[in-house]
Design a protein around this ligand. Structure first.
Ligand code: TXA
Ligand code: MG
Length: 344
């Protein structure tokens, strides 16, 4: 199969992508978070092709993407007031809600769960595509399973060339990490995955929010978790990644002492001068967590090379966007974290 590159700027290309979706084909789509690998989310066979193309375990359900917030009604039942409150404030945008699923949704999309994850993405070309296709799009992140998510059309091509019909190129993704996922099926809203809508924003609106344990700590492979995707080693380059916390000076002291030829450092722009002989890559500024979030996956992909031994990474701390960036990096590290202050 030859994978065609289409432009999100071109309305004929969007119409062609919509037609291919209706025919049951796979098209990668730009969103404000990361690229998605989309198919008709109501077509069992088309959805199964997504799992094949990604090499994704079939117990991991997909997010349905809609063009307009009101379309939530067609896909979900027993929708609580909190869902409409979130939709009014954050849709279109980087927020996914888990709600009870209607029967029209195939089991391949929900991985057999009786709930479904739904999101209305911000990217206008993608919402136009969904509206033209006339069906919700099931779309996981458009990376090979286990690899960092894709934030440019070139990333998608390098993972999916020959495996999918087309890629709609919408440029680099602004948020850079996947959407925030909130489960609204219990008594208290529960954060399953942090993202572009921050915990602080959710708490301000909802009053209370439980943080799912999978956000903060490693999950055993056989554990039953609310978001099945959270149990896999994710976002990870081939080499082992170790997060080094502590002050800039203490971390640099620790990393320089342990660094061996072939290792690499993933750090904040401000700290580049501390790692001159340590093959450093910056992923953004520690003074602007948004820059770290939009740069993280491109940096992890650049470091996904067989010749790299160990990657030492600096990780932002605290809330806001730093919370989501920290979550992805800790997962990439398999929660291997060293405090350089203790190691002194
Ligand atoms: O930003 C995003 O969310 C991107 C773009 C393309 O929209 N999509 C994305 O999809 O990150 P994916 O498949 O890589 O991650 C979806 C996550 C997985 O961890 C999955 O287990 C969880 O959502 N999920 C899906 N349906 C669920 C459900 N019914 N209940 C709980 N978790 C669910
Ligand atoms: Mg993913």
């Amino acid at each position: 199969m030859i994978t065609r590159m289409l432009s999100a700027q071109n309305s004929e290309d969007i119409a062609l992508a919509a037609q291919w979706i209706r025919e049951g084909k796979l098209v990668a789509i730009p969103t404000e978070t990361v690229y998605g690998l989309a198919a008709n989310g109501l077509d069992e066979q088309a959805v199964l092709r997504i799992f094949q193309a990604k090499g994704r375990p079939q117990d991991n359900p997909l997010i349905l993407h809609i063009a307009q917030p009101q379309e939530l009604r067609k896909l979900c039942k027993d929708i609580p007031a909190s869902a409409w409150l979130l939709a009014d404030n954050f849709w279109p945008g980087p927020l996914t809600m888990v709600l009870p699923a209607r029967e029209i949704i195939p089991k391949s999309t929900t991985a057999g769960l009786d709930t479904v994850a739904v999101r209305c993405p911000k990217t206008a070309a993608t919402r136009a595509l969904i509206a033209m296709a006339g069906v919700p799009l099931a779309a996981p992140s458009a990376n090979r399973s286990g690899k960092p998510s894709t934030t440019t059309a070139q990333h998608v091509l390098s993972d999916m060339d020959g495996r999918i019909t087309a890629i709609l190129d919408g440029g680099a993704c602004e948020v850079g990490v996947e959407s925030t996922i909130v489960d609204l099926t219990g008594d208290i809203p529960r954060l399953l995955r942090p993202g572009g809508v921050t915990p602080e924003e959710l708490i301000a609106l909802l009053g209370e929010l439980q943080i799912d344990p999978a956000v903060l700590a490693p999950v055993a492979a056989d554990a039953v978790v609310r978001a099945p995707g959270m149990k896999y080693r994710h976002y990870a380059p081939a080499a082992p990644l170790i997060i080094v916390t502590g002050s800039a000076q203490a971390a640099a002291f620790y990393i320089r002492a342990h660094f061996q030829r072939g290792d690499a450092v993933l750090c904040f722009e401000e700290e580049l001068p501390l790692y001159q002989n340590c093959n450093p890559t910056s992923y953004g500024s520690c003074a602007a967590a948004q820059s770290l979030s939009s740069g993280l996956f491109a940096a992890l992909r650049a470091l996904d090379r067989p010749d790299i031994g160990t990657i030492y990474a600096r990780c932002p701390e605290g809330g806001g966007m730093a919370y989501a960036v920290g979550n992805r990096l800790k997962k990439a590290a398999g929660f291997h974290i060293v405090n350089a202050e203790d190691a002194r």
